[in-house]
Design a protein around this ligand. Structure first.
Ligand code: A2P
Length: 271
């Protein structure tokens, strides 16, 4: 069983999955997704801009896992004109009948212009949910005011060093679940001494500590790796809990200066 959060459209977003940013289309991507699905991952996050949708789709089909057991996300590249038309093209590359989540990759051109096309993608049955990525609090508010279908997710860079609690809180207030990309700081945070100390004390690895921390903040977390041992390692985050002291030490690594403390409401928001 997977930990999930229920999105505003009623679907269940796994709290853990594989991100495939900067994974080459072809064998590298196909292998990574295959290993992840074999390990038990049920959330795969790609994007038009990653140019590896075809490999993601092939690995999913070849896995033999029923499509409805996998949560598949891709992202609209804001250089495109019409988000609905682009969703159709993504589905063709992915070789799948629907998306679970379709995100605007970043708010280029403003936070609202692409939204009618995103909503049309839902209405056409191309995707179950729609959301945003790399939106700030003001952009969330501007979009929420005009959206008929509210965004379900905001995918943001998030780690103890980028502990963007005011942004997460702004999203939660609008019914938007935050999802953490680059939870390892693209690998840069793995050598931090505080992270290393907590890893040693808990008998886990630095990657597991960083992933677990973000999950305990209620975020869905999508670390990237193309190496099977790491893909397996990153998945092993369901058998331990960081205690309050460890969480506080990790919180202290923040460099954003965001202070709104919405996350003190507790660290178990998932079902
Ligand atoms: P690789 O893909 O070569 O395995 P993030 O998810 O924050 O973007 O971090 C991804 C980076 O961290 C990649 O360079 C990835 O390398 C590396 N990485 C992912 N998982 C681990 C791990 N468990 N241990 C060490 N490095 C990891």
């Amino acid at each position: 069983t997977q930990l999930t959060r229920t999105l505003s459209n009623g679907t269940e977003l796994p709290l853990f999955g594989l991100g495939v940013w900067q994974v080459d289309d072809g064998a590298e991507c196909e292998r990574a997704v295959t290993w992840a699905l074999e390990a038990g991952y049920r959330l795969i996050d790609t994007a038009q801009a990653y140019q590896n949708e075809a490999s993601v789709g092939r690995a999913i089909r070849d896995s033999g896992i029923p499509r409805e057991e996998i949560f598949l996300t891709t992202k609209f590249y804001p250089g495109g004109k019409d988000a609905r038309v682009e969703a159709e093209k993504s589905l063709e590359r992915l070789g799948t009948p629907y998306l679970d989540l379709y995100l605007i990759h970043w708010p280029q051109g403003g936070p609202t212009w692409a939204w009618p096309g995103m909503q049309a993608a839902v209405e056409a049955g191309l995707t179950k949910g729609i959301g945003i990525s790399n939106f700030g609090a003001d952009e969330i508010q501007e979009l929420s005011k005009v959206a008929e279908i509210q965004p379900a997710v905001n995918q943001i860079q998030f780690s103890p060093f980028e502990y963007r609690r005011a942004l997460v809180d702004a999203g939660e207030a609008a019914g938007i679940v935050a999802q953490a990309y680059s939870p390892l700081g693209t690998g840069r945070h793995l050598g931090d001494p505080v992270v290393a100390r907590i890893a040693e004390a808990t008998g886990h690895t630095p990657a597991q500590v960083l992933i677990r921390w973000a999950m305990q903040k209620g975020l869905s977390v999508i670390p990237k790796s193309t190496h099977q041992p790491r893909i397996l390692e990153n998945y092993n985050v369901f058998d331990f809990e960081l205690d309050a002291a460890a969480v506080a030490d990790l919180d202290g690594l923040d460099t954003t200066g965001e202070t709104a403390d919405a996350l003190s409401r507790g660290n178990k928001w998932w079902s």
